[in-house]
Design a protein around this ligand. Structure first.
Ligand code: UTP
Length: 298
């Protein structure tokens, strides 16, 4: 590699309560919900690895064992598959272990996404880092983190990812008020509004779950008061950084126009599973005709 990667660390918060998926998430984090045949978090760790982020810190809450076990080796299972000569399954279970260096830190109480990011402070140190949420899966054919890292390097601020949604959809997301910058492939964020009513939304740009943050965010999070839902919100800290001229101030955004699968609530999760399974070579050819028949018979 001629250039050392300027951003090497990824933080994956996985300590939320996952209340929208109860009771499935009673004893396991929602990031472990399977999307076809892999837990959502494995897609996210693989995306981080593709962007050169091989140092991953997972912020875990209760029931972190399932997460740790998934990324750990299971010698007895490997030996059984080896004995049966099942190379394909052996390769697939080893994939998760080979993705990088995975570290874990505990968020004692789920005080909010901002607080979860703050828990990563000592691990991250004074360098820009990425945050990836398991709710959003980015298609492996599209690169979002690469351009975000470039914009972070160019601007020296923090970078968020936006996607255009319809006015009816915007109230389910954080929404960004943006200013275009001539000749640049990114925009400047003037402000952020969490889940606005459609008539109050400053744009149709929804914030999605990828961030490349300047470490200045930690100082801001230290004093960010609980906001919406009584939680320490990353959005509130970014709002403060957007208005700051100090070192590490300024928030910019990359507008993503690729394929994203939302697994954050039940309906979109089911849609994501059907969409991804339909595109798989091993499942699509049987699933798609069945789906067509099934829908025709409704
Ligand atoms: P969500 O807002 O989706 O909350 O968190 P949640 O608790 O996981 O899910 P619901 O809304 O109750 O169903 C966004 C991301 O931030 C993490 C979550 O794990 C998720 O990846 N998070 C949230 C934490 O790590 N800690 C928190 O205190 C809150």
């Amino acid at each position: 590699m001629s250039h050392p990667n300027p951003v090497t660390k990824a933080v994956i918060p996985a300590a939320g309560l996952g209340t929208r998926f109860l009771p499935a998430t009673k004893a396991m984090p929602k990031e472990m919900l399977p999307v076809v045949d892999q837990p959502a978090i494995q897609y996210v760790v693989a995306e981080a690895a593709r962007a050169g982020l091989n140092d991953v810190l997972m912020v875990t809450g209760r029931s972190k064992r399932a997460l740790e076990d998934h990324f750990d080796r299971v010698p007895s299972l490997e030996a059984t598959l080896q004995g049966k000569g099942d190379e394909e399954k052996l390769r697939r279970i080893q994939e998760a272990t080979a993705l990088g260096d995975i570290h874990y830190i505990r968020q004692g109480d789920p005080l909010g996404l901002g607080h979860a990011v703050l828990c990563a402070r000592h691990h991250v140190g004074h360098e820009p880092f990425a945050v990836l949420l398991g709710d959003d899966l980015i298609d492996e054919r599209d690169d979002l983190l690469g351009p975000m890292i470039q914009v972070q390097q160019r601007t020296g601020g923090s970078v968020i990812a936006l996607m255009e949604v319809t006015p009816e959809q915007i109230s389910a997301y954080g929404c960004a008020d943006v200013e275009t910058i001539d000749g640049q492939g990114y925009v400047k964020v003037k402000g952020l509004v969490e889940k606005p009513a459609p008539e109050e939304a400053p744009s149709n740009y929804a914030v999605i779950g990828r961030y490349v943050l300047h470490p200045a965010v930690f100082d801001v999070l230290e004093h960010t008061a609980p906001g919406r839902g009584g939680e320490i919100q990353l959005t509130d800290a970014l709002q403060e950084l957007a208005a700051s001229d100090a070192e590490g101030g300024g928030v910019y955004a990359v507008v993503f126009r690729g394929r994203r699968y939302d697994t954050g609530d039940k309906l979109s999760y089911i849609q994501a599973v059907v969409q991804l399974a339909s595109e798989r070579e091993d499942l699509g050819p049987k699933l798609v005709p069945w789906l067509k028949d099934f829908v025709a018979g409704l």
